[in-house]
Structures are given as structure tokens and as C-alpha cells.
Unconditional design. Sequence first.
Length: 272
Amino acid sequence: MTRKLPLTDFRAVRHQLEPNDFAVSDGDDIAPTDLIDERTWAGITHLTDDVAIRTSDHNGIRLKLLYSLWSDWISAIGDPDHPDELYNCMLDAADAFQCVNFLLLHGYYRAAMAELRVALELVMIGSYGNLKPTDADYVTWKTSGSEFGFTRVRKRLRGMLSQEQCNWLLADDELASNTFRQLCNFTHSRPDSSDGALWESNGPVYVHDALMRTFFTTLSVYAICYLLVRIARPAFTLPEDSRILFEEDSVPGREAVAKAFEQLFKERASHG
């Protein structure tokens, strides 16, 4: 049986935005025209609500960090009035990172990992486009939706860069390549990376080990993406609060991340 949270818990009350809270609004909301029944609502939300409460009971600092990193990413996207080739890819990656936060909160760890793959691939493609905007395959990808996948772009981008530009980061079996390959396992729901494997149950359910795996993988993807952005925008300045990605020993691939940061940003990656 479920139980209601006490009203003293801020998570017990849902909120709805007013029409004027949106950038574009058609005026007042219309009254409900086909209201969901209570049983269906409960069937859809009870499990996810339970996971969200359990997750936020024990991971407040981690959730705050992920929210902060997403906010920083929004600020790093660039000038909407003067977008470069990377701008739209970073904008779409921001949506993927936002999905990661929501999915992790509600226990959809596999889906969160799949969204990290989306973000990493978009930033890889956008970085390549920034350095080679007239490339025929890139232009075709941009205009017709044809496939221009991560590995193909990674290899091409590496071939364009010098050692000083961190071309080693994009080599086979380096951090970017290995991280993307691992994320593909979740995108394709391979047997050891499926929802059932992560939950060891039907779900969603709160599984701390799966949450931690998703959390640390998210930190790693943010770090790789910022390194790619710096490659594509050599004058890019890292948001101050996101420096933690390059300072904490717990970030996966710490050695490679710190080496690339120091090479690209020309400053030490101090240890946390």
C-alpha cells in the first residue's frame, strides 16, 4: 500500500506553472477536457514517485551537483544571436542532460545512460562542425538527418588535431572512445546493461549502486564534453562551478581528464 507524504514535506505538493511563466503563451489555460482517472494516474506515477522520494532522501548533494552542472552547461552554450556550429548541438545536449537528471531521480538508470550517449555524440559532432563547417558529410547530417555517427566523427576530428590540441584524447581505447562504447551498451539494452539487470527486478526501483554508476558516468561525460568544447572553441572559458569535474579524484578517467584539462586550458587540475 502507498502512503501520502505529510504536507510538511515540500515534495508532497505538486506545482503547475502559470501561463505567463512561459516565454511564449497563448493566454490562460483551458479547463481540463479529458481528465485522467485516479487509478490510471496512480498506476503511472506511484513507482516513479516512490523512487524519486527515496533517491532524494539520500542523494541531495549529488542531485544538487547534477542540477548545478546542467545550469552551468546552459550558460556555456553561447550567444543565441551569433551561434556557431557547436551552438545547436550544445543546446540539444542540454536537453539530454536535463533528461538525465529527471530519469536518474526516478530510477530509470538505463535510459539516463542512453541520454548521456546522445549528449556525448552531439557535442562530438558539433565540435567537428565548428572546426570544419563546410565538410560535406557534416552539412548533409545537418540538413537531411543522414547518419554521421560518433566513431566516424571522432576519428576524423582526431586526424585534424595536433598533439598540442589533445588529439590523443580521441584515439581508440582512450576515455572518449571507451565511454561512448560503454554508453552504447545501455542504448541497446544489452543483457548486462538492461533495465532488469540494473534493477534486478521489474521497476523502476531505487538501486543505490545503479544510481552511483549513473552519477559518476554523468560527471565523466560532462568533463569529456567540456574538453571537446575547448578544442572547438579555443577561447572558451569553463564555468567556475564546473571546475569540480577536473578537480575531484572520484571522476572516472581522472588521469586522462586532468591531463587533457591542463593541456587545453593551460592550468593545473588541482586535486580535491
